[in-house]
Design a binder for this molecule. Sequence first.
Ligand SMILES: NC(=O)c1ccc[n+]([C@@H]2O[C@H](COP(=O)([O-])OP(=O)(O)OC[C@H]3O[C@@H](n4cnc5c(N)ncnc54)[C@H](OP(=O)(O)O)[C@@H]3O)[C@@H](O)[C@H]2O)c1
Length: 306
Amino acid sequence: MSLYELFTKKGPSGFGYGSTAEQVTEGLSLAGKTMLVTGVNAGLGHEALRVLALRGARVVGTARTLEKARAACEAVQGDTIPLACELSDPASVRACVEEVKRRGLQLDVILCNAGIMALPKLEKAHGIELQFFTNHIGHFMLVTGLLGQLTETGRVVMLSSSAHTMAPKEGIEFDNLDGAKRYGDWRNYGQSKLANLLFAKELSRRFAGTKKTANAVHPGVISTNLGRHMNAFMTATFSLFGWIALKSIPQGAATEVYVATSPALAGVTGQYFADCNVAKSRPDADDAELAKKLWEVSEKLVAALP
Ligand SMILES: NC(=O)c1ccc[n+]([C@@H]2O[C@H](COP(=O)([O-])OP(=O)(O)OC[C@H]3O[C@@H](n4cnc5c(N)ncnc54)[C@H](OP(=O)(O)O)[C@@H]3O)[C@@H](O)[C@H]2O)c1
């Protein structure tokens, strides 16, 4: 496929690699809808916040601190509610859940966008490898805590990544969640992104018989702060070749915003999307036993957290 074809090709949805978040929501009114987005102070989350609010949604925008969330919300037009949610701090996640409940917010969308990538050295939160904790456990706590606030047709959207294919062969290393036996920057990022995907699939199974949906997304490869921990070789490769094949931030936010809002996706659940179309994930992302085990292990872990 030529670069021209890559950038301009549209899939069955009518959108593709080059579509932007504004384009996938053009003509759509989100008035009356409330949507929570994590990680709104930077990158794709900030663009998602901007475009969802632009289309009339009330957006609950979370960031690690209230100051960051406030600054992000103040930078966009529309109806926004800033909240703190530090995903590696269970007390902060619980406080965010409680605040959403206290305000009586009914959520049409929970968009789990925040994340960290490729930490060069093993770091931990509460004894768990930090990428797994931040990207998966923090969001697991947030979403399961807010399930009662989801509207009848509520959507949960998980930011996964094509890097989920870099997860260990066995999927999730349940005997190594602290990273003590083995650790690799991309391997563990991949594991956390496979966990995001398995969580969406399991949640979708648990939504069976309702109109609620859960899907996962690969946004593309986009130059954002996410790359700040990458090693010198990867950074150099991206700066040499990135201009050819990196999406812009408006293009990178398109798939998550599309899956969160498109009327065409009412009832579509348990899918993995890339470039605004259903895509193929690693085969074991469909392993229902693995997904169930991840849910149960996550529940136990969360129950033991301070
Ligand atoms: N960019 C890509 O090429 C790419 C590719 C595949 C998947 N993704 C996924 O897309 C999502 C968005 O990434 P991005 O490219 O927009 O990255 P980004 O610019 O680095 O933004 C990430 C956001 O997550 C927040 N965050 C990080 N750790 C957090 C924590 N412990 N608690 C709460 N918030 C936290 C960041 O807050 P701070 O600014 O305060 O750190 C920031 O708001 C991520 O889930 C990522 O894995 C991105």
